[in-house]
Design a protein around this ligand. Structure first.
Ligand code: CUO
Length: 672
């Protein structure tokens, strides 16, 4: 809570660390009785802390308390790696608590929060613990800075209980003169940015402890999750009469899109820097960040990655060939391109994607002459706000697709499921017409008090506007003619029916725009089966309340079994963004359903009690990815000869249905 406020330590019977001025509050003690009582008698909860040997925080403390912190900056990654090691290395939860309390007043708040979060997620003795929502601890990374002044005013003047929510303006970062601004509700969505931050927290690309990074198929998941983000963004663009995003593949070309975030960092007390239109990347020479890299370094890494793809193998540090084959190739390539410490050869293939973020985020001050920090692209909690994020990731995805295009297309036996046929598919929104999905705007309140330092205690709510859709149900009719009970994996995707000019699409283009909506296992009795599944059960998303965790009343009791379930790893696409906005007159889409043979999909493992309900983009915590097939199957490769359109691609165990996504421009208030 309250990242900039000091910890208040009382010297009780047990001696606290034996150093003078160990805690910032020691300084206030003679000065203010108000501060004393706030942290003293009025404190709601007191936590005894065990005395420990003073940890060596010299490296973590080398990042100033008021600096911005970015995992994309190699020097910052090393600093965080050290602090994670310290938190991972202490023997018990009690010792961890002592070290954390000691570090909290000394270490940069972002660095502290990140490193402690990673440690809590990965220590065997803390895995079940709740992590507070990052948006509540650091609201400054998610909302318009003007909101904070209003919230302070409300909190100072009005007692708790009578406070009004402060409405975050609907679209405050630009005007309609800027066509890209039509996508504000996607790029600046709280849930989407939280998902992205959480994903990168669960899948760090660097850590002193290799096990923290080395998770099943993490490189492939990096590819797939970001591929889906770009596909989803393109569907939103179609929903706003915009063409597909143009990949940023010429690193010497000015970036046409500007972005002015209008956010201030509560930690550094500085505004997040904007990027003006037509800014070019420049060679970086920033001594403070220990970055000295040229645009041509990026280009060289890229060329070597392309060379590896066309050869079909990468070269590791000992000169051995690492095959980029059908099965593991995409995983190797993901780690190589991102890059993570699992890259076969970071010296050769460099750190292409991460450094792309850094080059873009410093394009306004490449040599630090203006003493400016990085822009929003430099932080995983804010990067998705900027239009250039999607241009950069469209390029990254394009390189992945270069590899995918080299794999042999799925044959008919690779795709079909003998004896199983899908005979009918329908989606029915609650109280609406079949096969017409409905979206609208909704306002919801988030409690920001955890991150607001030195504001009177109690909840302070911000009201934000987000996209929402009417919940719907899939009804799928399946014939099982095999004469025995069979198991199948149902795979549901949504894609646009036509391109941006209204023309029908070829499979090779449409497959890149298919967004996963759900994936689940069913048991099929011999004969006819009817499968019903609700949109709220999606394996892609987490429920609205889990994204926001703002409604105290809806939270399960501390320590209960439901709480463990509820806490899980917060990673997951927000359910309110499951389907694209659509158009007032209706966006024409195709809904694709496939039932694949579970014998070929299944992974033998126990899933009970693990975080598994948003597995499609987030995997399952501490488990293997729960689907043996390539991520994105069956759309991850080009089609076989003769199946140049989706309709020709279908085998009997697949079906498509025309669906329309209709947007109604009304605002509903979420009743909590
Ligand atoms: Cu998630 Cu570029 O990887 O932001």
């Amino acid at each position: 809570d309250r990242p900039n406020e000091p910890v208040f330590m009382e010297k009780g019977k047990a001696a606290v660390f034996d150093v003078p001025d160990k805690f910032l509050t020691d300084r206030y003690r003679p000065i203010s009785t108000e501060v004393q009582s706030r942290f003293g008698e009025k404190a709601e909860q007191r936590i005894p802390v065990r005395d420990i040997a003073i940890p060596d925080l010299r490296i973590p403390m080398s990042l100033p308390r008021d600096a911005q912190f970015s995992l994309f900056i190699p020097a910052h990654r090393r600093i965080a790696g050290r602090l994670i090691d310290i938190f991972m290395g202490v023997r018990s939860v009690e010792d961890l608590q002592s070290v954390a309390v000691y570090a909290r007043d000394r270490v940069n708040p972002y660095l502290f929060n990140y490193s402690l979060s990673v440690a809590l997620l990965h220590r065997p003795d803390t895995k079940g613990l709740d992590l507070p929502s990052f948006a509540q601890n650091f609201p400054d990374k998610f909302v318009d800075s003007q909101v904070f002044r209003q919230i302070r005013e409300e909190a100072t003047v009005v007692p708790e209980g009578s406070r009004m929510p402060i409405t975050i303006p609907r679209d405050y970062t630009a005007s309609d003169l800027e066509p890209e601004h039509r996508l504000w509700y996607f790029r600046e969505d709280l849930g989407i940015n939280l998902h992205h931050w959480h994903w990168h927290l669960v899948y760090p690309f660097e850590a002193g402890n290799r096990d923290v990074v080395n998770k099943d198929r993490r490189g492939e998941l990096f590819y797939y999750m970001h591929q889906q983000v770009v596909a989803r963004y393109n569907l939103e663009r179609f929903s706003n009469n915009l063409a597909r995003v143009v990949r940023f593949n010429n690193l010497r070309e000015p970036i046409a899109e500007g972005y002015f975030p209008k956010m201030d960092s509560l930690v550094s007390s500085r505004a997040w820097p904007p990027r003006f239109e037509d800014t070019k990347l420049s060679d970086l020479n920033r001594e403070l960040d220990q970055i000295n890299l040229d645009v041509s370094d990026l280009e060289r890494w890229r060329d070597r990655i392309f060379e590896a793809i066309s050869q079909g193998f990468a070269t590791d540090e000992s000169g051995n060939q690492v095959p980029l084959d059908d099965v593991r190739g995409i995983d190797v390539l993901g780690n190589m391109m991102e890059s993570s410490i699992l890259s076969p050869n970071r010296r050769l293939y460099g750190d292409f994607h991460n450094m792309g973020h850094v080059f873009i985020s410093y394009s306004h001050d490449p040599d630090h002459r203006h003493l400016e920090s990085f822009g929003v692209m430099g932080d995983s909690a804010t990067a998705m706000r900027d239009p250039v994020f999607y241009r950069w990731h469209a390029y990254i995805d394009d390189i992945f697709q270069e590899h995918k295009a080299r794999l042999s297309p799925y044959s008919v036996p690779d795709l079909s499921y003998d004896g199983v046929s899908v005979t009918g598919v329908q989606v029915s929104p609650e109280g609406g017409r079949p096969n017409v999905l409905q979206t609208f705007w909704q306002q919801s309140d988030v409690d920001l008090s955890r991150g607001m330092d030195f504001v009177p205690r109690g909840n302070v709510f911000a009201r934000f506007t987000h996209l929402q859709h009417t919940p719907f149900t899939y009804t799928i009719n399946v014939n099982n003619d095999s004469g025995a009970q069979r198991f199948g994996t149902v795979r549901i995707f949504l894609g646009p029916k036509t391109d941006e000019r209204g023309q029908g699409m070829l499979f090779k283009d449409q497959r890149l725009l298919m967004i996963e909506l759900d994936k689940f296992v069913v048991s099929l009795n011999p004969g006819q089966n009817t499968i019903r599944r609700r949109s709220t059960e999606s394996s892609v998303t987490i429920p609205f309340d889990r994204t926001f965790r703002n409604l105290e009343a809806s939270r399960p009791a501390a320590g209960s079994a439901e709480e463990l379930e509820f806490n899980f790893c917060g990673c997951g696409w927000p359910n309110h963004m499951l389907i694209p906005k659509g158009l007032p007159e209706g966006l024409r889409c195709e809904l694709f359903v496939m039932i694949s043979n579970y014998d070929q999909d299944r992974i033998e493992q126990q899933l009970v009690g693990s975080c598994s309900d948003a597995a499609s983009y987030c995997g399952v915590r501490d488990r293997l990815y729960p689907d043996r097939r390539a991520m994105g199957y069956p759309f991850d490769r080009l089609s076989r000869v003769g199946a140049d359109r989706l309709i020709n691609f279908l085998t009997p165990n697949m079906s498509i249905v025309d669906v329309v996504v209709r947007h109604e421009n009304r605002v509903a208030l979420r009743n909590s």
